[in-house]
Design a binder for this molecule. Structure first.
Ligand code: TRH
Length: 428
């Protein structure tokens, strides 16, 4: 049987049949929502996902994406516990940070604070994201269930080789007189890891988007921009602060090629404006502004939903991304990208970057691979990137082709949800 058949199915979806034609395609959706709004006791959940927002948007970005994919792809009811709803609302415009519990896009979002809601019953699968510690009373209730839930620690993404050895390992946890297994689930780039989050149908949607000239023109118009000119580069930038940005941005403004930079408001803004010689605009810059510096136009954007951010990545010729989730989404965009990795103590992040580049550059000719490695390193070390950027015309076309084949190769062994569901099959 398939993994999907073995996992719990949504128990509250209502099925309505029309007398003449059989199943009504839309009715169940509406009734589903109404039923939720009217019934106050919560449904039994199939998945509990716990997330603490450490800083930035990566932890909530990954867990929100995982929750929606599980629900949409028919794996059951999901409850997402989040400690910081205000940060969450920045990437989820439908969320009301003042509510303790609410349904958004089919997911029950529970504000996670000191006191657990009374009578809470753990779901069949409990995921603690990135080793955020589950509340002790919740773990006790997990141990009271028969059978107890399957407990997963979803780890951070890394391309390091040790991940393959640790993926799927069980760690026995003592709860009173009982013992519960906690399993380590590691996302990754190889078949012996948990894979990467990628929704079914995403690649086809991206392809349609990228081939639709009129749609792209309408998209740019919605941002207040003309269609992309033949010789122009459109670049998105969502990184941390870096001295390297100043040199890159200066190269773009002084180069021969017109560049439009799409810049969601955030931490990189001051460095970008300094690089463009627009320091005086730092205090007043607002989303929607269009600033000009030589050959470079900078369009400032508000943060959008994750779907909106995907569309931006799909539309650009080059994306500068960061952290974990935007880094993965840039790979699904099948366009060249540079990765500004989340900084760690003792430069551990540079080791992780090198391991990723070993995989990513493996299939490229040595010259192109070396150039790309140096450019990624320069960005992450805060070094001057202008000489490296000057070689874009030599390597850009091959990089574009590589980005496409890389995204296909990554999905060959299945996405993270498919692998997670399969992993759980024998453990539920
Ligand atoms: O925000 P980040 O820097 O998150 C980081 C990393 O995940 C890091 O590994 C972790 O340790 C640290 O947080 C605590 O970068 P990341 O991972 O790319 O997450 C950004 C999220 O924001 C991602 O889900 C995409 C989303 N996003 C939007 O939804 N709309 C937007 O407009 C933009 C720019 C981003």
């Amino acid at each position: 049987s398939t993994a999907r058949n073995n996992l719990p199915q949504p128990r509250h979806a209502l099925t309505v049949r029309s007398q003449s034609t059989g199943v009504l395609p839309c009715a169940p959706v509406f009734l589903h929502l109404e039923a939720r709004a009217m019934t106050s006791p919560l449904p039994p959940f199939d998945w509990d996902i716990f997330c603490t927002v450490v800083d930035n948007f990566g932890d909530i970005g990954v867990t929100w994406r995982l929750a929606r994919q599980l629900e949409r792809e028919g794996h059951g009811q999901v409850r997402l516990w989040v400690d910081d709803l205000a940060s969450f609302a920045r990437i989820c415009p439908g969320l009301d940070p003042a509510q303790d519990g609410q349904w958004v896009e089919g997911i029950y979002i529970q504000h996670w604070h000191e006191t657990l809601p009374a009578d809470v019953i753990p779901a069949k699968v409990v995921i603690e994201a990135f080793a955020c510690e589950l509340p002790a009373p919740f773990i006790e209730r997990m141990a009271e269930q028969s059978p107890p839930p399957c407990w997963i620690n979803l780890e951070y993404l890394s391309a390091e080789a040790w991940v393959e050895d640790c993926h799927g390992l069980a760690s026995p946890q003592r709860v009173g007189k009982l013992s519960l297994n906690k399993y380590f689930f590691f996302p990754g780039f190889t078949p012996r890891t948990g894979g990467l989050l990628c929704e079914q149908g995403l690649v086809a949607e991206r392809d349609r988007w990228q081939q639709d000239e009129a749609g792209l023109a309408a998209y740019w118009a919605s941002l207040g921009l003309p269609p992309k000119a033949q010789d122009e580069l459109r670049i998105s930038l969502f990184t941390y602060e870096s001295e390297a940005l100043k040199s890159l941005v200066a190269s773009w403004s002084q180069g021969a090629t017109p560049v439009t930079l799409l810049l969601p408001m955030g931490r990189a803004l001051p460095d970008v404006l300094c690089g463009a010689g627009l320091e005086s605009a730092i205090g007043t810059a607002r989303a929607g502004d269009l600033l000009q510096a030589g050959q470079l136009a900078i369009k400032l954007l508000p943060m959008t939903s994750q779907a909106g951010y995907d569309r931006l990545l799909w539309s650009c010729d080059l994306n500068l991304v960061r952290g974990e989730d935007s880094f993965v989404r840039a790979q699904w965009a099948a366009r060249p990208f540079l990765w500004h990795i989340y900084q760690q103590e003792e430069e551990a992040h540079l080791v992780k970057l090198a391991h990723f580049l070993d995989h990513y550059l493996e299939a490229l000719p040595a010259d192109d691979g070396q150039w790309l490695r140096e450019l990624n390193l320069a960005l992450n070390r805060g070094e001057d990137c202008s000489e490296l950027w000057a070689q874009w015309p030599i390597h850009g076309t091959l990089w574009q082709q590589h980005a496409r084949s890389w995204s296909q190769k990554l999905l060959a062994d299945g996405d993270l949800v498919t692998r997670l569901v399969k992993f759980l099959e024998s453990r539920i």
